[in-house]
Design a binder for this molecule. Structure first.
Ligand code: SF4
Length: 219
């Protein structure tokens, strides 16, 4: 039986979605970007747009050996930084922005990663999604929901948003889920979007949400 959103109270629907996804993927899902501290988390998330996590993790191994603090990145030689990041898409722009952002963090924020979305988004190269991931993963702060392509696909198929723009999808999701769950929503939707509900194909027969989802094609 498919229990659609129409047949269920909206908060019961979102609660059931989260509970099934937590059972499938665990309740403490975190980014797959390798990091040991807040500096490494910032750098890994900063470099991750338009790259797979595997690509980013490959690039950060040598980077994290060479640079430890934001001061190290701010003082780094740009050519060396570009060479170390050359396995990533847009590596020249990312290297320039990383050096500039690190310098701002040192000079304006005392070497500490800022803890608000607006301050983070003032840094060159930091967009809304990156800022949300840093806040949630680094500090457990839920100021927004990080919406990437996986999260967007799942949100639309579940009928939680009709929008295409990630910021507008984020607004729809923020209205539908409790603030304390915002970090989980992003991580769980991304996990489902990677292995079962991909943009190219949905495997509804294998999906834990098959009896809830309005787009399910499972019998
Ligand atoms: S039931 Fe199908 S469309 Fe719905 S979330 Fe699962 S895989 Fe995606």
């Amino acid at each position: 039986m498919n229990v659609s959103t129409k047949a269920m109270d909206k908060s019961a629907f979102t609660g059931a979605v989260l509970s099934k996804l937590r059972r499938r993927y665990g309740s403490s899902l975190h980014t797959e970007l390798v990091n040991r501290n807040i500096v490494e988390l910032f750098v890994a998330v900063f470099l991750s747009p338009q790259c797979t996590d595997k690509q980013t993790n490959r690039a950060t191994v040598k980077l994290f050996e060479k640079y430890r603090t934001f001061g190290d990145y701010a003082d780094s030689d740009l050519r060396t930084l570009m060479r170390l990041l050359s396995g990533l898409n847009y590596y020249k722009t990312k290297a320039r922005n990383l050096k500039r952002s690190a310098s701002i963090i040192v000079n304006r924020f005392n070497g500490k990663v800022p803890r608000t979305l607006s301050e983070l988004m003032e840094l060159p190269g930091v967009g809304r999604k990156v800022a949300n991931v840093i806040l949630n993963e680094g500090f457990g702060i839920n100021e927004g929901i990080a919406v990437d392509t996986h999260c967007a696909v799942v949100a639309r198929r579940l009928g939680l948003s009709r929008k295409k723009d990630p910021a507008m999808i984020e607004d729809d999701l923020k209205r539908k889920f409790r603030t304390k769950d915002w970090g989980s929503v992003s991580n769980l939707f991304i996990a489902l979007g990677r292995d079962t509900c991909t943009a190219r194909a949905k495997r509804c027969e294998d999906c834990v949400l098959r009896n809830l989802c309005p787009s399910s094609t499972a019998e």
